[in-house]
Design a protein around this ligand. Structure first.
Ligand SMILES: [Zn+2]
Length: 60
């Protein structure tokens, strides 16, 4: 048997559902280091739910 596991997905801290990992830049000692963390949750029932579109459209 072969295990073909991808990089472990992050888990939403609120609903424990797997969410896509997203990379954030964390500044430490004057340099930015990449930091992997849980991305926005796509579970509409979750308190941490974040819709795909953040800002309202700026149409005039
Ligand atoms: Zn969630």
């Amino acid at each position: 048997m072969r295990e073909m596991q991808k990089r472990a997905a992050s888990i939403c801290p609120a609903c424990k559902q797997p969410v896509a990992s997203q990379i954030k830049r964390h500044k430490t000692l004057g340099v930015f280091v990449p930091l992997w963390g849980p991305g926005p949750c796509r579970n509409p029932d979750c308190a941490e739910y974040e819709p795909a579109h953040h800002r309202p459209p700026t149409r005039t």
